[in-house]
Design a protein around this ligand. Structure first.
Ligand SMILES: [Zn+2]
Ligand SMILES: [Zn+2]
Length: 118
């Protein structure tokens, strides 16, 4: 069996401002675009050495939009944002780790206090 190369198979909007990326392994990724913009991996937004974010999350417009997405080779996507920023190259591995779906980012289990349906 050939190993599946992890790459986006399909992309669609789940909601306004939430990008869905279906991966070749069948996982359906969930990506709020503002979150993606806040974690832009380019040298201006992320410190290359420490990996620390230089973006001030609050400065990213609330209604930031993706103006364009273009593939970079067979390993990454380049996003063009409505705030004019376009130097972020999001590798597939990076994107996959950024997935905000319930499986990848399980919400802390909050036990319903005394809500009983019986
Ligand atoms: Zn950037
Ligand atoms: Zn996920």
């Amino acid at each position: 069996m050939a190993t599946t190369v992890l790459e986006p198979k399909d992309m669609d909007w789940i909601d306004k401002g939430v990008l869905g990326i279906e991966w070749t392994d069948g996982h359906k990724g969930v990506y709020p675009v503002r979150y993606l913009r806040q974690h832009c991996p380019c040298a201006a937004c992320t410190d290359e050495w420490t990996g620390q974010l230089r973006v001030n999350a609050d400065e990213v417009p609330l209604l930031i939009m993706v103006k364009d997405v273009e593939p970079v080779g067979r390993y990454a996507l380049r996003f063009t944002w409505s705030d004019g920023h376009d130097t972020g190259i999001y590798s597939f591995n990076f994107l996959r780790r950024m997935c905000q779906c319930d499986i990848c980012q399980p919400v802390k289990p909050e036990q319903p206090k005394s809500r009983r349906l019986l």
